[in-house]
Design a protein around this ligand. Structure first.
Ligand SMILES: C[S@@+](CC[C@H](N)C(=O)[O-])C[C@H]1O[C@@H](n2cnc3c(N)ncnc32)[C@H](O)[C@@H]1O
Length: 305
């Protein structure tokens, strides 16, 4: 552990103010459990589960009916994976689309969509009806997005390559908006230690500024009566509670409490001299030890009619 701390002392110093428990550090460094979603556009959940149970131990993800943890050998070596009947996705990353409550026929904006795990999850929930505009700003990531959409069999998706802030001009347009924002990826340290090496406070601050602009554009593009979900796979308050606090202070946005069968941490309302509205307590702040997943943050925002 000491060796690891030496790779980025600034990170560990800051995180003493966020979660200084041994449990947090322990789970941060533990390898992630594998998990997948059944592609309900192509196959029934029970059929896949029955077949894969012959080879693997499966455990249902409590917050996504088609999500499973998988134990044993590499599930990506199966025909089910090759045929796109299952989609590998970290279990906590299944939360935002589960919270967004998309319905068949809706117009949905996925503002930062690549590699498309949540786009494909939403297209399954929408039974391939309606339309998802799946956007990403980076050209190489657009290719991965398109290939995942094709492999999954999602036919209700249109891909765009724009800076997410561009969508602010489509005022009151989308029934649902997902902003799964670019972030400092602290939650993904469990997947790859490179995210620990790469973490810098100045990047957190720059990302926070970008996220505030993105969430304002996302809210503008949302129809009255619609729902916006903001999520990150990081735990820095500047990228989470502070961004949501910014939206609430500058618009008429409202938060709704998220009710899912999982454990979470109390959101942060005060950090390094900044005070955030108590409303942010309605958000989900998930530390890795809560459910043995990646760290994650999710906010459910509504725009009144
Ligand atoms: C957390 S990842 C999205 C993961 C994706 N939602 C999924 O579930 O598969 C964030 C994405 O934001 C994209 N991004 C970065 N800056 C952006 C911007 N200004 N506008 C739109 N997308 C951006 C990145 O290229 C990256 O693909």
């Amino acid at each position: 552990m000491d060796e690891l701390k030496d790779t980025n002392p600034d990170f560990f110093r800051k995180y003493e103010d966020i979660d200084d428990t041994e449990e947090f550090l322990h789970y941060m460094m533990l390898p992630l459990r594998q998990s997948f979603r059944v592609n309900t556009l192509k196959v029934g959940i029970d059929d896949v589960v029955e077949r894969l149970s012959e080879e693997f131990e499966l455990e249902r993800v409590p917050w996504a009916k088609e999500g499973y943890f998988v134990y044993g050998e590499e599930v990506t070596n199966t025909p089910e994976f090759a045929l796109g009947l299952i989609f590998m996705q970290e279990a906590s990353s299944m939360i935002p689309a589960a919270v967004l409550d998309v319905q068949p026929g809706m117009l949905v904006l996925d503002m930062a969509a690549s590699p498309g795990s949540k786009t494909t999850q939403m297209s399954a929930y929408m039974e391939n009806r309606g339309c998802i505009v799946a956007n990403d700003v980076k050209y190489p990531r657009i290719n991965i997005l398109i290939s995942n959409i094709q492999k999954f069999g999602s036919v209700n998706v249109r891909v765009t390559m724009k800076d997410g802030r561009y969508f602010g001009r489509f005022r009151d347009t989308f029934d649902r908006v997902l902003l799964d924002a670019p972030c400092s990826n602290v939650g993904m340290i469990r997947k790859n230690y490179k995210y620990l090496r790469l973490w810098r406070q100045r990047d957190v601050e720059a990302l926070s500024r970008l996220q505030k602009e993105l969430i304002m554009a996302a809210y503008r593009a949302l129809k009255p009566g619609g729902v916006l979900v903001y999520s990150t796979c990081t735990l820095d308050p500047e990228e989470n509670e502070e961004v949501v606090d910014y939206l609430l202070s500058n618009t008429d946005a409202r938060l709704e409490k998220i009710d899912l069968p999982l454990k979470s941490h109390e959101p942060i309302t005060e950090f390094r001299g900044k005070i955030y509205t108590d409303e942010v307590k309605k958000c989900l702040r998930i530390h890795p030890q809560d459910n043995n997943t990646e760290g994650f943050f999710v906010a459910k925002v509504v725009k009144d009619e």
